[in-house]
Design a protein around this ligand. Structure first.
Ligand SMILES: Cc1cc2nc3c(=O)[nH]c(=O)nc-3n(C[C@H](O)[C@H](O)[C@H](O)COP(=O)(O)OP(=O)(O)OC[C@H]3O[C@@H](n4cnc5c(N)ncnc54)[C@H](O)[C@@H]3O)c2cc1C
Ligand code: FES
Length: 261
């Protein structure tokens, strides 16, 4: 984990809803593992002390990129920043996904929202290809479809309004796939909490392993403030663990959902 002042290489709209930011970060980029995140201090912001977390999307050369949605004052300010301007980044942070091994379980990735960006590096680094299930409300919510296909993965798209791919929830084609054959699969998911909860239930019902990225609201991002804890099983009982440090990726069987909400 390193703190670095990085320079923006490019920062432009990637889709109707998302921006793609590329920064030069020669010390951080080579260390990144799939599922890890960067904690970004947006320097022109008044309350710049508060960092914003973003999943690392791609790591070409000595740069890394994120895909982000402008949802509030931090991300709106970020979307106005230009190449050459600087950000302060701590990264790579968190415990990421286990990269599947060749000949091992077939990976099934399940993604909603920016989860599609968070899972891209896993697909790129995995020697074992599988299927990516991407879902959103509308066509504009779907990210990285072509990028996953270009890696040779099968992509199943669902939208709730039917404007792209199959109509419905992302878990529907996942269920069909597992009903055909469950054995030999492993699930990896990143997206909204209700989606993660549904994936966890499906994994339990079909007795398949699953890793979930639990993206709670973070503050310090480095394990000090304890604002990001979730309940995780521990022998007969449970304990709180930090999503920024022990997570964001957890084994689905470990999560205590009643406490995680
Ligand atoms: C581990 C992790 C990885 C993330 N990766 C990405 C990513 O790759 N791309 C991306 O677009 N976003 C990602 N996020 C969410 C991103 O951090 C927030 O959208 C951002 O911090 C909002 O900052 P803001 O100042 O613009 O919004 P604020 O003004 O702080 O808040 C605006 C709105 O965003 C909501 N919000 C704030 N923080 C979060 C959060 N952590 N999760 C969900 N909603 C939030 C608030 O409730 C509020 O409704 C990630 C979050 C986590 C914890
Ligand atoms: S965000 Fe501070 S401990 Fe996790």
């Amino acid at each position: 984990m390193l703190e670095q002042t990085v320079q923006i290489v490019s920062n432009a709209r990637a889709t109707d809803l998302y921006f793609r930011l590329v920064v030069r970060a020669p010390q951080i980029a080579p260390l990144v593992q799939p599922g890890q995140f960067a904690h970004v201090r947006i320097l022109p912001l008044k309350d710049a002390l508060l960092r914003r977390p973003f999943s690392i999307y791609q790591v070409p050369g000595d740069t890394f990129s994120i895909l982000y949605k402008a949802v509030g004052k931090g991300t709106e300010m970020l979307s106005r920043m230009r190449p050459g301007e600087e950000l302060s980044v701590i990264g790579p942070l968190g415990h990421g996904f286990t990269v599947p091994s060749l000949g091992g379980e077939t990976p099934l990735l399940v993604a909603g929202g920016y989860g599609m960006a968070a899972l891209y590096l896993l697909a790129q680094r995995s020697p074992q290809k599988g299927t990516v299930f991407v879902g959103g409300r509308r066509r504009v919510d779907i990210l990285c479809e072509q990028e996953f296909r270009a890696l040779g993965w099968e992509v199943r798209v669902t939208t709730e309004d039917g404007s792209h791919g199959e109509k419905g929830l992302v878990t529907q084609p996942l269920l069909s796939e597992l009903r055909r054959r469950a054995m030999g699969h492993k699930l990896f998911a990143c997206g909204p909490t209700p989606m993660l909860k549904a994936v966890s239930k499906i994994a339990e019902d079909f007795n398949v392993p699953a890793e979930l990225s639990m993206d709670e609201h973070l503050c310090c991002g480095v394990g000090v403030c304890l604002t990001c804890v979730i309940a995780v099983k521990n022998g007969e009982g449970w304990e709180y663990q930090r999503t920024c440090t022990e997570g964001p990726v957890f084994d689905a069987r470990q999560i205590v959902w009643e406490e995680a909400q």
